[in-house]
Design a protein around this ligand. Sequence first.
Ligand SMILES: [Zn+2]
Length: 123
Amino acid sequence: MSVKVLVNSVQCKKCNDIIESKHTHDLQYCKCKSIYIDGGTDYQRYGGNIELIDFSYSVYEEILQICGVEFTDKAQYENVKRAVESLKIEGIQPTYDRVKGIKDLLDGKITHEELAVRYKKGT
Ligand SMILES: [Zn+2]
């Protein structure tokens, strides 16, 4: 399961300093220089004596995705996941295009007919 970094912040267990990296190249050391973090909200990079890092100040968000298609709505994600499961039962391998098609259908961007045409093209 992939995650997105919302708050990139850690505490040093040695000096109790709380440090936060706010953007990609914002490298921050704690007061005693035992640990550092970097990456802002793009990625979380850390180092030094990693046994001293307390991650409880960091906030992460689970990325909902199926075959590379990202979902922002948890309910829709569950619906598509169920649709993909039934495809698998029918012996159809879910691909990025298929999952995207189901999502577009649920979003009302395309009709059932258009989805069927897409499926034919894709196979
Ligand atoms: Zn420290």
